[in-house]
Design a protein around this ligand. Structure first.
Ligand code: ATP
Ligand code: MG
Length: 511
């Protein structure tokens, strides 16, 4: 920026928004909708430049081939212009839960009988769950052991306004997205506030540093090291069309580089090769050696990182299911294994909230109490009292099928209709769903930026906390809270997915 431009920019700052830099304090968090419009335009401009230069981008769906050819048709990721205020105490609470959930996932994954029994009714009602369980059964039959277990999770929470408590929305154990772009959004907000913070009363240091991308890369690298097969590669299992490919590439580049890449976020270097294949390609090019080694396209695979395979749409034919089974049978480290995948299902989330179930898996009473405190109300549809209540007051519930990837939940009047239809049908179909207490986070005034344009909206936010877990037999190598992701959406929207187009990427302003 020239000196003249800088001067012009500073002239745009209106007196009402000028805050003495010495006064910057959490109590001064302003109503973002009242920030001077010209100042906002400048911040938007700088944010879009920053995003473009640092790879905070997604494929632009209006450009053909942008989802398959990198470098073609990039657009900045949908973002919140400024970080959303979030209480520091709840932030700490969510962070401290991460290693406990990591351990819980690992313990539950080892109890094949619990997984099969808990999902047995859902299996009859839901074909996708049934296919996953079939693979799981086969692994139980051959007594397949996963010595090296890698979890890259994201536990999502809402701060419920009525109860003032931090409650878990769900735990993702497969394809937990946005470790890459989420780290960048935190960096963007820190950068923006370090420049403009003094004019709007915000302090960049109140945006916590976010090392999700480097920690995910490090966990994958450490799993590769444990596997200990020189020359082996990490396989990213991906969808053929992926608008969120740059979030994935941030991890693969971090794994590959031998020198610090994007100094801002990725300090560690690994020198590990990654390859990207769809499930169909794994079926065509994959081969299992007698010792269990997986070869894909002639390359030995140390770690399989799934960024596909979580939704029925990823399995259009038997070929994809064959690939999933082949990979599960191999000795490669799977992130996630079929067991870890199933632990993340909505039905298991609900089962874990029942009395005395956590006690089966965890020993530490304080840990159990902390987890339980974060559980929202969750019910199976064979609980007739709850079904009755949900038909009377559907707005207080969310109905969820055994699905991932957003856009599948049922809200409001549709909850009543669906429940009544299921009652009429009188079949086992109800086992495909669970009911969950609807959470109501506080709304705040926010500025969302999509496709280069600014939108002032009333929003609600959802905090995701990443967790990395790696163990080899009895040795726990990693069990960490690993960065975070704030997702913010218009308060009238029920669904929360960024990729699904409902929400924007955001970070946290601790207060
Ligand atoms: N109990 C709830 N109360 C309010 N909103 C909810 C609740 N459960 C889910 N949502 C909203 O719906 C979104 C999707 O729900 P959920 O995370 O359970 O589904 P998913 O398909 O696994 O999504 P994802 O792609 O994020 O993994 C959440 O991000 C949240 O915004
Ligand atoms: Mg999910």
């Amino acid at each position: 920026m020239s000196q003249q431009q800088q001067q012009q920019q500073h002239n745009l700052l209106t007196p009402i928004m000028c805050v003495n830099a010495d006064d910057v304090d959490s109590s001064l968090v302003l109503d973002y909708h009242h920030i001077d419009q010209k100042l906002l335009q400048n911040i938007v401009y700088d944010s879009l430049v920053w995003s473009s230069l640092h790879g905070l981008v997604v494929a632009d769906k209006s450009v053909q081939s942008s989802g398959s050819v990198p470098g073609v048709g990039l657009v900045h990721a949908p973002i919140s212009l400024l970080p959303t205020p979030f209480p520091e105490s709840h932030w700490r609470q969510a962070s401290e839960l991460a290693p406990i959930f990591n351990e819980l996932v690992d313990r539950v994954s080892l109890d094949g009988k619990f997984l099969q029994e808990s999902l047995s009714r859902a299996k009859k009602a839901d074909k996708f769950t049934s296919r996953l369980l079939d693979i799981h059964s086969k692994m139980l039959e051959i007594n397949k052991k996963e010595d090296i277990r890698l979890g890259l999770h994201r536990s999502d929470y809402m701060l419920d306004e009525q109860t003032k408590s931090l409650l878990q929305v769900e735990l993702n154990t497969i394809s937990s997205s946005f470790a890459g772009l989420g780290s960048l959004v935190s960096e963007l907000h820190r950068s923006i506030l370090s420049h403009y913070g003094k004019f709007i009363g915000l302090n960049s240091e109140k945006v916590p540093a976010n090392s999700a991308a480097s920690q995910f890369a490090e966990a994958l690298a450490k799993a590769w090291t444990e596997f200990n097969l020189p020359g082996a590669v990490i396989l990213f299992v991906v969808q053929a069309e992926e608008r969120n490919m740059y979030d994935q590439h941030l991890l693969s580049v971090a794994l590959r580089e031998r020198y610090p890449f994007l100094i801002l976020i990725l300090y560690n270097t690994h020198g590990i090769t990654t390859i990207r294949k769809t499930l169909a390609e794994v079926d065509q090019e994959g081969e299992l050696l007698p010792d269990g080694t997986l070869l894909v396209d002639g390359q030995r695979i140390a770690v399989i990182y799934f960024r596909a395979g979580y939704t029925p749409a990823d399995y259009p034919s038997e070929s994809e299911w064959r690939a999933r089974l082949l990979m599960e049978q191999s000795s490669a480290v799977k992130c996630p294994s079929i067991s870890y995948h199933l632990v993340g299902s909505k039905k298991i989330q609900q089962e874990l909230t029942k009395p005395n179930v956590l006690e089966r898996f965890l020993d530490n009473k304080d840990d159990i109490a902390s987890l339980r405190k974060s559980f929202a109300g969750l019910w199976s549809l064979d609980d007739s009292d709850i079904v009755k209540k949900a038909i009377e007051r559907p707005e207080l519930f969310v109905m969820k099928p055994q699905r991932e990837g957003g856009g599948n939940n049922i809200y409001g009047d549709a909850v009543r209709e669906t429940l009544q239809n299921l009652q009429k049908a009188g079949s086992q179909e109800d086992a495909a769903y669970i009911l969950m207490q609807k959470l109501f986070p506080k709304t705040s005034a926010s500025i969302l930026v999509r496709n280069g344009s600014l939108h002032k909206e009333n929003v609600i936010s959802e905090l995701g906390v990443y967790g990395t877990y790696l163990r080899n037999k009895d040795r726990v190598i990693l069990n960490n809270q690993s960065g975070y992701l704030m997702r913010t959406k218009v308060s009238s929207s029920d669904e929360g997915g960024v990729a699904a187009g409902f929400a924007v990427l955001d970070s946290v302003y601790l207060n």
